[in-house]
Design a binder for this molecule. Structure first.
Ligand code: NDP
Ligand code: MG
Length: 382
């Protein structure tokens, strides 16, 4: 494979650090052009020392100054303008967008405008602006390669998109699959952060416990694979072995399997269209996997999934509202201000009183995101 030049947005996060492990396992295949972090200066320092990078971006000007002093050979930038600069560098073959939250949207668009392929972990980008992002990618001939394990699985299972009848997205069910509504209502932050199958950043771990994560993934799949919501089915699969599946018109179902590991979808996105030996993972063992269980998601226990389907079907900026309200509520839960169940109640209340714009531009999306967050904060602090 020709050496690929890659930039990583969110290099200090769960996906970002695993991406660096993948890259380090195959130095002959990948070269890192730029790294970006939020506030974790200690880790980005280690990464700069380990990888020969040209540019580094951090969130604050102050941290940028500290880093520039220590690493005079590196171009250190900061904030939104810094991310834009990294994503405008045409030396990149691929940008991995692994920041969390809405901060991923604008740099993704910038990289697409510059004709750079995207490995997309940040689901908020498509939830907020899927129509705009996919249209621009199509116009620019840019590939959007999914990193989310379910979407990576579907991408690997689809040969001819026009032959696909249905997508089947699997969900582990999270830590509260076997709990009652009353028990879920009393869940602590610690219990909620204890995901049975995946080790991820805090925001997505809370979303996995409410199944909002699965809802966001349904919206993501709708945009990535141009499927109607009616043709995207969620099924709970506690073993997390089947990462998702595609049903064709002739009745064939093709699924992608493996023990849970984000290294595989990350590596697949980075090396696509090639498959590399790369990072060592144990061979899959059907006998060890032993059994695969499947069940319907319980929408009474996990009503956030229903909210996400409704927002997706309603279209326009409803999904912007869903995403922003949920994100603010999740941070409030993590800060101990509200209960887990209130994440649903707050998001539902905001959606019910929301007036959507049916065909928004990016500025409208950003504005609606901001307005929704203000509304959520007011409700949280009532
Ligand atoms: P983490 O919270 O572990 O990491 C987030 C990264 O984004 C960190 O590098 C953080 O920097 C950076 N960041 C956060 N806010 C800002 C900001 N305002 N400006 C610049 N950088 C910022 O998240 P994950 O790695 O778990 O998730 C990243 C994305 O990938 C999310 O959208 C998530 O939904 C998606 N995803 C994650 C999966 C997983 O297994 N973790 C699976 C599928 C999708 P710092 O820490 O330095 O402050
Ligand atoms: Mg996922």
């Amino acid at each position: 494979m020709k050496k690929k030049k890659i930039s990583i947005l969110g290099s200090t996060g769960s996906i970002g650090t695993q991406a660096i492990e993948v890259i380090n396992a195959m130095p002959e295949c990948f070269e890192v052009v730029s790294l970006s972090a939020g506030d974790n200066v200690d880790l980005i320092k280690k990464q700069i020392k380990q990888l020969k990078v040209k540019n580094v971006c951090v969130k604050s000007e102050e941290n940028a100054r500290i880093l520039q002093k220590e690493f005079s050979h590196v171009n250190v930038v900061y904030g939104d303008a810094g991310l834009d600069e990294i994503c405008s560098d045409k030396e990149n073959d691929l940008v991995l967008v692994a920041v969390s939250g809405k901060v991923g949207l604008k740099p993704t668009l910038k990289a697409i405008e510059n004709g750079i392929d995207i490995a997309l972990a940040n689901k908020e980008t498509l939830v907020m602006a899927g129509d705009i992002v996919m249209k621009l990618a199509c116009e620019k001939g840019v590939q959007i390669l999914p990193v989310d394990s379910e979407h990576s699985a579907i991408h690997q299972c689809i040969k001819n998109p026009e032959d696909v009848q249905r997508l089947i997205i699997t969900a582990s069910g999270g830590p509260f699959r076997n709990k009652t509504v009353d028990e879920i209502k009393k869940a602590t932050v610690e219990e909620t952060l204890h995901h049975p199958k995946w080790n991820m950043g805090k925001k997505i771990t809370i979303d996995s416990a409410t199944l909002m994560n699965k809802g966001l993934e349904v919206i993501e799949a709708h945009h990535l694979f141009r499927m109607n919501y009616e043709d995207i089915k969620v099924v709970v699969h506690p073993q997390s072995i089947v990462h998702s599946a595609v049903e064709y018109y002739d009745g064939s179902v093709i699924a992608q399997l493996g023990f849970p590991s984000m290294h595989i979808p990350i590596q697949y996105a980075l090396s696509y269209p090639e498959r590399l030996k790369g990072i060592k993972t144990n061979s899959f063992d059907f006998v060890k996997a032993s059994r695969l269980d499947f069940e319907e998601p319980d929408l009474d226990k996990f009503p956030c999934l229903k909210l996400a389907y409704e927002a997706g079907k309603a279209g326009g900026t409803y999904t912007v509202c869903l995403n922003a309200a949920n994100e603010e509520a999740v941070y409030a839960f993590l800060a101990g201000k509200i209960s887990l169940w209130q994440i649903y109640e707050i998001t539902k209340e905001i959606l019910e009183n929301y007036v959507s714009v049916s065909v928004p531009d990016i500025d409208t999306i950003i504005e609606h995101d901001k307005i929704t967050r203000e509304k959520a904060k007011k409700l949280i602090n009532l």
